[in-house]
Design a protein around this ligand. Structure first.
Ligand code: DGL
Length: 273
Protein backbone atom coordinates (compact mmCIF):
# COMPACT_ATOMS: atom_id res chain seq x y z
CA UNK A 1 0.00 0.00 0.00
CA UNK A 2 1.20 3.53 -0.75
CA UNK A 3 1.47 6.29 1.85
CA UNK A 4 -1.30 8.71 2.89
CA UNK A 5 -0.75 12.10 1.28
CA UNK A 6 -2.30 14.71 3.52
CA UNK A 7 -5.78 15.95 4.47
CA UNK A 8 -6.85 17.00 0.94
CA UNK A 9 -6.69 13.33 0.03
CA UNK A 10 -9.76 12.66 2.22
CA UNK A 11 -11.84 14.66 -0.23
CA UNK A 12 -10.75 12.50 -3.17
CA UNK A 13 -12.91 9.65 -4.46
CA UNK A 14 -12.60 5.91 -4.10
CA UNK A 15 -11.96 4.37 -7.52
CA UNK A 16 -13.78 1.11 -8.20
CA UNK A 17 -13.24 -1.03 -11.26
CA UNK A 18 -14.84 -4.13 -12.78
CA UNK A 19 -15.16 -5.68 -16.21
CA UNK A 20 -18.82 -4.61 -16.27
CA UNK A 21 -21.79 -4.16 -13.95
CA UNK A 22 -20.80 -6.86 -11.44
CA UNK A 23 -18.61 -4.55 -9.38
CA UNK A 24 -21.70 -2.52 -8.53
CA UNK A 25 -22.46 -5.23 -5.93
CA UNK A 26 -19.28 -4.03 -4.20
CA UNK A 27 -20.24 -0.35 -4.71
CA UNK A 28 -23.56 -1.13 -3.04
CA UNK A 29 -21.72 -2.45 0.03
CA UNK A 30 -19.30 0.51 -0.02
CA UNK A 31 -22.20 2.97 -0.10
CA UNK A 32 -23.79 1.15 2.83
CA UNK A 33 -20.63 0.99 4.97
CA UNK A 34 -19.09 4.31 3.85
CA UNK A 35 -21.99 6.60 2.85
CA UNK A 36 -19.89 9.78 2.84
CA UNK A 37 -17.34 8.53 0.34
CA UNK A 38 -17.49 9.79 -3.25
CA UNK A 39 -17.03 6.89 -5.65
CA UNK A 40 -15.89 6.82 -9.26
CA UNK A 41 -16.80 3.52 -10.90
CA UNK A 42 -15.51 2.19 -14.19
CA UNK A 43 -17.08 -0.83 -15.88
CA UNK A 44 -15.18 -2.08 -18.93
CA UNK A 45 -18.41 -3.19 -20.58
CA UNK A 46 -16.94 -3.14 -24.11
CA UNK A 47 -14.50 -5.90 -23.21
CA UNK A 48 -16.57 -7.99 -20.77
CA UNK A 49 -16.20 -10.87 -20.05
CA UNK A 50 -12.72 -10.97 -18.54
CA UNK A 51 -13.43 -14.41 -17.07
CA UNK A 52 -12.35 -16.43 -20.09
CA UNK A 53 -9.41 -14.25 -21.20
CA UNK A 54 -5.71 -14.92 -20.65
CA UNK A 55 -3.92 -13.40 -17.62
CA UNK A 56 -1.84 -11.20 -19.98
CA UNK A 57 -4.96 -9.76 -21.62
CA UNK A 58 -6.67 -9.16 -18.28
CA UNK A 59 -3.58 -7.36 -16.96
CA UNK A 60 -3.45 -5.18 -20.10
CA UNK A 61 -7.17 -4.29 -19.87
CA UNK A 62 -6.87 -3.64 -16.14
CA UNK A 63 -3.95 -1.24 -16.59
CA UNK A 64 -5.97 0.77 -19.13
CA UNK A 65 -8.98 1.01 -16.80
CA UNK A 66 -6.89 1.94 -13.80
CA UNK A 67 -5.17 4.78 -15.68
CA UNK A 68 -8.60 6.33 -16.37
CA UNK A 69 -9.43 6.17 -12.66
CA UNK A 70 -6.05 7.60 -11.67
CA UNK A 71 -6.71 10.60 -13.92
CA UNK A 72 -9.67 11.32 -11.62
CA UNK A 73 -7.28 11.63 -8.67
CA UNK A 74 -8.62 8.69 -6.67
CA UNK A 75 -7.28 8.10 -3.17
CA UNK A 76 -7.71 4.31 -3.14
CA UNK A 77 -8.43 1.68 -5.80
CA UNK A 78 -10.87 -1.18 -5.27
CA UNK A 79 -10.53 -3.98 -7.82
CA UNK A 80 -14.15 -5.16 -7.69
CA UNK A 81 -13.59 -7.95 -10.19
CA UNK A 82 -12.40 -11.35 -9.08
CA UNK A 83 -10.79 -12.17 -12.41
CA UNK A 84 -8.83 -8.90 -12.48
CA UNK A 85 -7.89 -9.40 -8.83
CA UNK A 86 -6.73 -12.94 -9.56
CA UNK A 87 -4.52 -11.95 -12.49
CA UNK A 88 -3.55 -8.32 -11.96
CA UNK A 89 -3.51 -7.46 -8.24
CA UNK A 90 0.20 -8.16 -7.62
CA UNK A 91 1.10 -6.09 -10.71
CA UNK A 92 -1.08 -3.17 -9.58
CA UNK A 93 0.33 -3.29 -6.04
CA UNK A 94 3.82 -3.05 -7.49
CA UNK A 95 3.07 -0.30 -10.03
CA UNK A 96 0.69 2.08 -8.22
CA UNK A 97 1.22 4.71 -5.55
CA UNK A 98 -2.39 4.61 -4.36
CA UNK A 99 -3.49 1.81 -2.01
CA UNK A 100 -5.10 -1.12 -3.85
CA UNK A 101 -7.69 -3.50 -2.39
CA UNK A 102 -8.93 -6.55 -4.27
CA UNK A 103 -11.86 -8.82 -3.48
CA UNK A 104 -9.72 -11.93 -2.97
CA UNK A 105 -8.41 -11.59 0.57
CA UNK A 106 -11.66 -10.24 2.14
CA UNK A 107 -13.73 -12.90 0.36
CA UNK A 108 -11.43 -15.76 1.31
CA UNK A 109 -11.37 -14.61 4.95
CA UNK A 110 -15.19 -14.41 5.05
CA UNK A 111 -15.54 -17.88 3.50
CA UNK A 112 -13.11 -19.34 6.04
CA UNK A 113 -14.92 -17.61 8.93
CA UNK A 114 -18.30 -19.04 7.85
CA UNK A 115 -17.08 -22.62 7.53
CA UNK A 116 -17.71 -24.56 10.74
CA UNK A 117 -16.70 -27.99 9.42
CA UNK A 118 -13.81 -26.85 7.23
CA UNK A 119 -15.25 -27.74 3.87
CA UNK A 120 -15.28 -24.66 1.66
CA UNK A 121 -16.62 -24.29 -1.88
CA UNK A 122 -15.47 -21.55 -4.28
CA UNK A 123 -17.23 -20.63 -7.52
CA UNK A 124 -16.01 -18.05 -10.03
CA UNK A 125 -15.05 -17.50 -13.65
CA UNK A 126 -12.81 -19.97 -15.49
CA UNK A 127 -9.89 -17.51 -15.17
CA UNK A 128 -10.32 -17.02 -11.43
CA UNK A 129 -10.63 -20.72 -10.66
CA UNK A 130 -7.79 -21.74 -13.02
CA UNK A 131 -5.48 -19.12 -11.45
CA UNK A 132 -5.66 -21.03 -8.15
CA UNK A 133 -5.46 -17.81 -6.11
CA UNK A 134 -8.47 -18.64 -3.91
CA UNK A 135 -7.25 -22.18 -3.32
CA UNK A 136 -3.87 -20.72 -2.24
CA UNK A 137 -5.42 -18.04 -0.03
CA UNK A 138 -7.66 -20.58 1.71
CA UNK A 139 -4.76 -22.99 2.19
CA UNK A 140 -3.07 -20.13 4.08
CA UNK A 141 -6.14 -18.84 5.97
CA UNK A 142 -7.73 -22.21 6.78
CA UNK A 143 -4.91 -24.77 6.44
CA UNK A 144 -7.05 -27.71 7.55
CA UNK A 145 -10.01 -26.96 5.27
CA UNK A 146 -10.90 -29.00 2.22
CA UNK A 147 -11.53 -26.69 -0.74
CA UNK A 148 -13.59 -27.48 -3.82
CA UNK A 149 -13.34 -24.83 -6.56
CA UNK A 150 -15.21 -24.85 -9.88
CA UNK A 151 -16.15 -22.31 -12.57
CA UNK A 152 -19.82 -21.48 -13.22
CA UNK A 153 -19.53 -19.48 -16.47
CA UNK A 154 -23.24 -19.27 -17.32
CA UNK A 155 -24.01 -17.35 -14.13
CA UNK A 156 -22.47 -14.19 -15.66
CA UNK A 157 -24.82 -13.89 -18.68
CA UNK A 158 -27.79 -14.88 -16.50
CA UNK A 159 -26.98 -12.03 -14.09
CA UNK A 160 -26.41 -9.61 -16.98
CA UNK A 161 -29.83 -10.55 -18.39
CA UNK A 162 -31.48 -10.23 -15.00
CA UNK A 163 -32.59 -13.86 -15.40
CA UNK A 164 -31.96 -14.72 -11.77
CA UNK A 165 -35.05 -16.66 -10.65
CA UNK A 166 -37.14 -19.47 -12.13
CA UNK A 167 -36.62 -22.90 -13.65
CA UNK A 168 -33.77 -22.05 -16.06
CA UNK A 169 -31.36 -20.42 -13.56
CA UNK A 170 -32.37 -23.09 -11.03
CA UNK A 171 -31.53 -25.92 -13.45
CA UNK A 172 -28.18 -24.34 -14.34
CA UNK A 173 -27.40 -23.80 -10.65
CA UNK A 174 -28.33 -27.42 -9.92
CA UNK A 175 -25.99 -28.56 -12.71
CA UNK A 176 -23.06 -26.56 -11.33
CA UNK A 177 -23.72 -26.92 -7.62
CA UNK A 178 -24.89 -30.52 -7.06
CA UNK A 179 -21.24 -31.54 -6.72
CA UNK A 180 -20.71 -29.00 -3.92
CA UNK A 181 -23.85 -30.10 -2.10
CA UNK A 182 -22.93 -33.77 -2.39
CA UNK A 183 -19.39 -33.04 -1.21
CA UNK A 184 -20.86 -31.48 1.96
CA UNK A 185 -19.41 -27.97 1.69
CA UNK A 186 -20.72 -25.77 4.51
CA UNK A 187 -19.54 -22.41 3.15
CA UNK A 188 -19.78 -21.45 -0.52
CA UNK A 189 -17.89 -18.35 -1.65
CA UNK A 190 -19.23 -16.37 -4.60
CA UNK A 191 -15.82 -15.48 -6.09
CA UNK A 192 -17.33 -13.46 -8.91
CA UNK A 193 -18.97 -10.08 -8.52
CA UNK A 194 -21.85 -11.09 -10.81
CA UNK A 195 -22.95 -14.08 -8.76
CA UNK A 196 -24.53 -12.22 -5.78
CA UNK A 197 -27.47 -11.43 -8.05
CA UNK A 198 -28.25 -15.14 -8.13
CA UNK A 199 -27.82 -15.59 -4.38
CA UNK A 200 -31.45 -16.65 -3.77
CA UNK A 201 -31.32 -19.35 -6.43
CA UNK A 202 -27.85 -20.49 -5.33
CA UNK A 203 -28.92 -20.64 -1.67
CA UNK A 204 -32.06 -22.61 -2.54
CA UNK A 205 -30.07 -25.16 -4.52
CA UNK A 206 -27.40 -25.50 -1.80
CA UNK A 207 -29.95 -25.89 1.01
CA UNK A 208 -30.25 -24.34 4.47
CA UNK A 209 -27.10 -25.88 5.97
CA UNK A 210 -24.77 -24.01 3.63
CA UNK A 211 -23.73 -20.38 4.13
CA UNK A 212 -23.42 -18.61 0.79
CA UNK A 213 -20.75 -15.92 1.17
CA UNK A 214 -20.54 -12.77 -0.90
CA UNK A 215 -17.25 -10.84 -0.68
CA UNK A 216 -18.84 -7.37 -1.08
CA UNK A 217 -19.40 -6.62 2.62
CA UNK A 218 -16.02 -7.99 3.65
CA UNK A 219 -14.35 -5.90 0.94
CA UNK A 220 -16.17 -2.74 2.07
CA UNK A 221 -15.05 -3.38 5.67
CA UNK A 222 -11.45 -3.81 4.46
CA UNK A 223 -11.70 -0.48 2.61
CA UNK A 224 -13.09 1.23 5.74
CA UNK A 225 -10.16 -0.14 7.81
CA UNK A 226 -7.65 1.06 5.21
CA UNK A 227 -9.15 4.58 5.14
CA UNK A 228 -9.00 4.72 8.94
CA UNK A 229 -5.41 3.53 8.97
CA UNK A 230 -4.43 6.11 6.35
CA UNK A 231 -6.57 8.88 7.92
CA UNK A 232 -8.23 9.50 4.56
CA UNK A 233 -11.94 9.02 5.33
CA UNK A 234 -14.25 11.60 3.73
CA UNK A 235 -15.76 14.23 6.04
CA UNK A 236 -18.89 12.76 7.70
CA UNK A 237 -21.25 15.31 6.12
CA UNK A 238 -20.04 14.65 2.57
CA UNK A 239 -22.80 13.64 0.17
CA UNK A 240 -21.24 10.45 -1.17
CA UNK A 241 -21.63 11.05 -4.90
CA UNK A 242 -21.44 8.16 -7.35
CA UNK A 243 -20.01 8.73 -10.84
CA UNK A 244 -20.22 5.82 -13.29
CA UNK A 245 -18.14 5.39 -16.44
CA UNK A 246 -18.33 2.64 -19.03
CA UNK A 247 -16.54 1.68 -22.24
CA UNK A 248 -19.76 0.59 -24.02
CA UNK A 249 -23.40 1.76 -24.02
CA UNK A 250 -24.20 3.99 -21.00
CA UNK A 251 -27.95 3.33 -21.35
CA UNK A 252 -27.58 -0.43 -21.22
CA UNK A 253 -25.32 -0.09 -18.15
CA UNK A 254 -27.81 2.14 -16.33
CA UNK A 255 -30.60 -0.31 -17.07
CA UNK A 256 -28.73 -3.51 -16.08
CA UNK A 257 -26.78 -1.91 -13.26
CA UNK A 258 -29.84 -0.91 -11.26
CA UNK A 259 -30.35 -4.46 -9.95
CA UNK A 260 -26.66 -4.79 -9.03
CA UNK A 261 -26.51 -1.42 -7.26
CA UNK A 262 -29.95 -1.57 -5.66
CA UNK A 263 -30.73 2.01 -6.69
CA UNK A 264 -31.28 3.93 -9.91
CA UNK A 265 -28.21 5.01 -11.87
CA UNK A 266 -28.93 8.47 -13.18
CA UNK A 267 -25.81 9.45 -15.07
CA UNK A 268 -23.27 7.30 -16.89
CA UNK A 269 -20.30 8.65 -18.89
CA UNK A 270 -18.75 6.84 -21.84
CA UNK A 271 -14.96 6.62 -21.84
CA UNK A 272 -12.66 5.64 -24.67
CA UNK A 273 -10.25 2.98 -23.46
N1 DGL B 1 -16.88 -9.47 -12.71
C1 DGL B 1 -16.14 -10.63 -13.16
C2 DGL B 1 -15.52 -11.32 -11.96
O1 DGL B 1 -15.80 -10.99 -10.82
C3 DGL B 1 -17.03 -11.59 -13.92
C4 DGL B 1 -17.45 -11.10 -15.29
C5 DGL B 1 -16.38 -11.30 -16.34
O2 DGL B 1 -16.09 -12.46 -16.71
O3 DGL B 1 -15.83 -10.31 -16.78
O4 DGL B 1 -14.71 -12.20 -12.14
Amino acid sequence: MGPARGPEESAASLGVFDSGVGGLTVVRALRHHLPSEDIVYLGDTARLPYGNKSPETVIRYTRACVSVLLERGIKLLVVACNTATAHALPTLEKELDVPVIGVLEPGARAAAAHSHHGHIGVIGTRGTIASGVYQQALARLAPHARVLARPCPLFVPLAEEGWIEGPVPEQIAEHYLAEFREAGVDSLLLACTHYPLLINTISRVMGPKVTVVDSADATAETVADALDRLHTRAAPGNLGALTCMVSDSPDRFAETGRAFLGEAITHVEWVDL
